[in-house]
Design a protein around this ligand. Structure first.
Ligand SMILES: [Ca+2]
Length: 347
């Protein structure tokens, strides 16, 4: 492992989820020590997704779409009611990946050229790197948002494979906008869906426009399921990170879900997401991995900060970008590996 103990100890460490994963990892190793198995980890990270969306937090049906599959994670494992993150996408994801305060990971530009400085500093030690050092296969399927230049893509920061978008979802507005001016600024370029393997330069796939926007979470689910099945066949412990995208603006449901709930696009995406989570849980169960897999569902920050936009923070004030709980207090579920032996290790 490439940890410098002095540097680590003297750093200010932050992300509660980062440490929870390490705690769960160690506890599950202990619980499964007789079998000498390492627990698989599936981490679903929602985007701009508030405290009040899921059924067990008072959302679900009240938000226009029941969420039985996501609720089931809380029923079988545990649910946190005061889990806190940072106020927007990049710092929150940076803290999650490194365990450090987002501001310490150098993800903010100091000035032009923006692209050179944008993203986690290359020498930061990520969760994916730590798990790789423990023999895990690591895959990210979805939105990275922690660097979009050479050396700062997910497969430069510890992940074995990636399929998704490097930046944020609002870039999907650009290709379909008649006010977009190509060449007006060096950064005025369309985002592409990208894919890469560790050690390779990422390939650009489709342009990330509104049509692609509506189907990308389906792709994320399919790619993650494919990854999980491949690693299960190889009996390889895995870390599957799924940063879903479609609850961030623009909220465009998949065509299969558009209008399905009759309660608007956000409810359609909520129903869609719950079905995708159901597919992931069913895949894990069908592969016989239920006892060996930690399944986490949470969000990078609360609802969209734009007042006209979608989302619900439950009883908490305001939304993302703010210092209030509507921004910082988000849903969190953990399956606790859904195994009796694992649960006993906490008793
Ligand atoms: Ca976000």
């Amino acid at each position: 492992m490439r940890i410098n103990p002095c540097k680590l100890l003297t750093s200010v460490l932050y992300s509660p989820l980062f440490f929870l994963i390490i705690l769960l990892f160690n506890s599950s190793i202990h619980a499964a020590s007789e079998e000498k198995k390492k627990p698989n980890i599936v981490l679903v990270l929602m985007d701009n997704f508030g405290y009040g969306e899921i059924g067990v937090y008072g959302g679900g049906v009240m938000r226009g779409a029941p969420t039985p599959n996501i609720d089931s994670i809380a029923h079988e494992g545990f649910q946190l009611t005061n889990y806190n993150v940072e106020a927007e996408c990049t710092p929150s994801r940076s803290a999650l990946m490194t365990g450090r305060y987002g501001i310490r990971t150098r993800q903010q530009p100091d000035g032009p050229p923006r692209g050179v400085w944008y993203g986690i500093t290359k020498w930061e030690i990520t969760l994916a790197e730590m798990l790789s050092d423990q023999g895990y296969s690591t895959g990210i399927f979805g939105k990275w948002h922690l660097g979009d230049t050479e050396g700062r893509y997910p497969t430069d920061q510890g992940f074995d494979e990636w399929n998704g978008i490097p930046r944020s979802s609002d870039r999907a507005f650009w290709p379909d906008s008649n006010s977009f001016s190509p060449g007006s600024h060096p950064d005025a370029v369309f985002t592409h869906v990208m894919s890469s393997f560790k050690g390779q330069k990422p390939k650009k796939l489709e342009v990330f426009d509104r049509a692609k926007r509506a189907t990308i979470d389906r792709d994320i689910t399919d790619n993650a399921i494919d990854f999980i099945k491949r690693k299960a066949a190889d009996e390889q412990p895995f870390f599957a990170y799924l940063p879903y995208t479609q609850t961030h603006e623009p909220v465009d449901p998949h065509p299969d879900y558009y209008g399905k709930t009759g309660n608007g696009s956000f409810a359609d995406v909520l129903a869609q997401t719950d079905d995708y989570i159901g597919e992931l849980l069913e895949t894990i169960d069908d592969l016989g991995l239920k006892e060996d897999t930690i399944f986490i569902f949470t969000s990078d920050n609360g609802r969209e900060g734009v007042p006209r936009s979608f989302g619900f923070t439950g009883p908490w004030r305001s939304g993302m970008f703010s210092p209030y709980e509507g921004s910082l207090r988000v849903p969190f579920f953990d399956s606790l590996a859904r195994s009796d032996s694992f649960k006993k290790s906490f008793q």
